[in-house]
Ligand binder design. Structure first.
Ligand code: ADP
Ligand code: MG
Length: 714
């Protein structure tokens, strides 16, 4: 898993950009409820008057308020207010924040006092309308004592005082002839525009981060897929057998897909949720500390529920990939063997096999989805319960005027953010194990070293001594990986340039195995294989394989035209070279007989040509390559006697000086070979020309006799 992190490196810059956008988005989103609470608290409840410092005041009101201010406060007052008209004062626009704080406190106190005097709550024991005259008679300290004792007795909450002050200022504005309705609306509009701006920013940052996140994830998985595929095509048969083709396909597609999903999530949710969670808690605490218990309670309930759900679902998540693998394996096997299974009427059985794999995957997915479906109602309950409790507790506090409505509303939103982010984080924790399994499966491919590797300093094959085209086996013994028995035991021979070396023997005697060792599809267990006098393990694979044109026992044609298939090993070959190869391979007649000739399209797996035609195309493909060594593994078996003979004649004429190694079933095919090697259970039972072997080798005689009889019978 850790190995794969380096695939994110090229995207570091994008990632930083993406994370910054996510951060911006979260910050803005956290700001929104704050603005909303301002709109409610100040805009609606306090007529858009945000603190106790009035913008305009009449001289008359100012005179009354001044009675309740001390020297320092009066000084601040004089600094910041100037005469506007004859009997009004105006707040200067460039007031310092320190002065504003002082004045806010001073005005709050003074407005409260004036309103208490006016309403008679602050009883001065004089007749109506004579209060201010009486107050003016008092000394400053007397007034201060009076006020303090009143304030202590009244014990008004902050919000009530705030409201009171706002009302007093609004009354003052009205007296001065200002349009208080418009003033309030202007505040609401200002806040509204601010909120809209922030919301747009959230939106833009969200889109940007989403785009970048997806780009990073898509790029990451593209790079990963490319490298995995590159690795896989470099695998030797060992690794391919170990992983199984189906699993290699799943790993390159589905597993990387899983990781892509998680990387996207990582850049969006995994960054966003924690910021929102922590930020939500901080902002919520700023709005109200006393309601924190609600948040804690909600989180405890949530954790409990999630713990139950996840402990049930996580193991199932982890085995998901294995089940997908299994389904792929069964599907692949079924589809590639569909003809065989039809011929033996085993569709029923295959169907059952598929059904089993399918059902297992379905069961698992269903289970996971059912459990996940539970999440939704659980979340709804938690969310709504949370809202309910906040409103219940909040309304009590509002009634006691220790909280404002806007703050409660904002608290609710912050609480939602906290709960949601918590949920997201836990979602990541459930996704991660599955992705980690996928990551390991992919990393396993990337870290597997092919058993067949080039040496550090490869020896040059072409310039070495030993002659061009010589193939030599020196006491070769070979065991397939995981096999118990040796497939080849102590094989030694030399195939020389300009000669044909033929292998014959019963099925399973090891003929194809010998052929596989020459292009180094496998490494020998003991002994050595030499090409051009160089041990194949000491040469570069590419160079080695350039020396060899190989027709495997099991032919494969690729989708494309006939010409493209023939040119596979010699992409620069011209039409003439292709036609010559086809002619030697005895394929010309049937190709020109096709509607589109060399442009005829070969369908997937080469199913629109016959077995014999496929074989001849495979031979033509080898002949189109100009190589010193030609290997034909049982390449003439699907040809009729006449074509076989014609092909051999053409080969002998055109392949002068090349090393030809043929595996054959029929004695007739190899009768004229310079050297015939008889294999029996992985050992050499005889070596020589046809005549020599007829005399000396009993195994060869057996084969010859049985075929002769067949020919006589036929
Ligand atoms: P031939 O081509 O003469 O019919 P092979 O060379 O294909 O025989 O096979 C020789 C022996 O090696 C057989 O016993 C076969 O079972 C075994 N064998 C072939 N291919 C593999 C493989 N990929 N893994 C394990 N054993 C194999
Ligand atoms: Mg074979």
């Amino acid at each position: 898993m850790k190995k794969l992190i380096k695939y994110l490196k090229p995207y570091a810059l994008l990632a930083v950009l993406c994370v910054s956008l996510v951060f911006l988005q979260a910050m803005c989103e956290l700001k929104l409820p704050d603005h909303m609470s301002d709109m409610v608290n100040i805009g609606v409840q306090r007529y858009g008057i945000k603190d106790a410092v009035p913008e305009r005041l009449s001289a008359w009101t100012l005179g009354r308020l001044r009675l309740f201010m001390n020297a320092e406060e009066t000084a601040a007052l004089e600094r910041n207010y100037s005469a506007d008209t004859a009997d009004t004062f105006k707040l200067s626009a460039d007031m310092g924040s320190e002065d504003r704080e002082t004045l806010n406190a001073a005005f709050t106190k003074a407005f409260a006092a004036v309103s208490a005097v006016d309403s008679g709550e602050l009883d001065l024991g004089v007749t109506c309308n004579a209060e201010y005259a009486a107050l003016e008679m008092m000394s400053e300290s007397e007034r201060e004592t009076l006020l303090r004792s009143y304030m202590e007795a009244a014990d008004m909450g902050e919000s009530v005082t705030g409201q009171l002050v706002a009302m007093a200022i609004r009354a003052e504005y009205e007296r001065l002839g200002m349009d208080v309705g418009a003033y309030q609306l202007a505040y609401i509009k200002r806040t509204g525009v601010k909120m809209l701006g922030v919301a747009l920013l959230v939106c833009a940052a969200g889109i940007g981060a989403g785009y970048l996140g997806s780009r990073i994830a898509a790029g990451f998985s593209r790079d990963l897929r490319r490298d995995v595929f590159k690795k896989v095509i470099g695998f030797s048969s060992n690794e391919i057998n170990r992983f199984s083709t189906a699993s290699l396909i799943t790993r390159t597609t589905n597993d990387i897909q899983q990781m892509q999903v998680v990387v996207t999530m990582l850049f969006r949710i995994a960054m966003f949720a924690p910021i929102m969670g922590v930020g939500g808690v901080i902002y919520a605490l700023r709005k109200s500390v006393s309601m924190s218990w609600i948040l804690v309670l909600a989180l405890i309930v949530l954790i409990g529920m999630l713990a139950v759900i996840f402990s049930v679902a996580t193991p199932r998540f982890k085995i998901m990939q294995k089940l997908v693998d299994r389904l792929n394996l069964v599907t692949r096997e079924n589809l590639s063997g569909i003809m065989v299974s039809r011929a033996y009427n085993t569709q029923e059985f295959e169907m059952q096999r598929f059904d089993r794999a399918n059902a297992e995957l379905t069961q698992n997915s269903l289970f996971i989805n059912r459990v996940m479906a539970l999440m939704n109602p659980v979340m709804t309950i938690v969310m709504n319960g949370l809202t309910l409790i906040i409103i219940w507790a909040g309304s009590h506090q509002i009634a006691r005027s220790s909280m404002q409505i806007g703050d409660m509303m904002a608290y609710m939103q912050y609480a939602m953010h906290v709960v949601m982010s918590f949920l997201f984080v836990s979602m990541i924790f459930i996704m991660l194990p599955r992705a980690a399994v996928s990551g390991d499966r992919v990393a396993e491919i990337l870290t597997s070293e092919s058993a067949i590797r080039d040496p550090e300093t490869p020896r040059d094959m072409r310039r070495e001594n030993g002659g061009i085209g010589t193939v030599e086996f020196r006491n070769v013994s070979f065991k397939y990986p995981d096999a118990e028995e040796y497939a080849l035991k102590d094989i030694s021979f030399t195939a020389k340039a300009g000669e044909t070396t033929a292998f014959i023997g019963s099925t399973g005697s090891g003929k194809s195995t010998v052929m596989n060792l020459i292009p180094r599809f496998y490494d020998v267990t003991e002994g050595a294989v030499l090409v051009n006098g160089v041990d194949v393990r000491e040469a570069a694979q590419r160079e080695l394989r350039e020396q060899i044109a190989y027709v495997p026992q099991k032919n494969v044609l690729f989708t494309g035209t006939i010409e493209e298939n023939i040119k596979l090993g010699a992409p620069n070959a011209g039409r003439a070279q292709v036609e010559r190869a086809a002619e030697i391979a005895q394929a010309k007649d049937f190709i020109t007989g096709k509607e589109h000739g060399y442009e005829e399209y070969i369908s997937q797996g080469g199913t629109n040509v016959s077995g014999g035609q496929r074989q001849r195309l495979a031979i033509a493909r080898a002949l189109a390559v100009d190589a010193p060594i030609y290997l034909f593994d049982d390449s003439f078996s699907a040809l009729d006697f006449k074509t076989d003979a014609a092909l051999r004649k053409a080969l002998a004429k055109n392949m002068e000086g090349r090393t030809i190694i043929i595996v054959a079933q029929r004695i007739g095919t190899i009768k004229n070979a310079e050297q015939i090697i008889v294999l029996d259970e992985g050992r050499i039972a005889g070596k020589g020309t046809h005549d020599e072997l007829m005399r000396s080798c009993s195994v060869y005689r057996e084969i010859a006799k049985s075929q002769l009889r067949e020919e006589e019978l036929a």
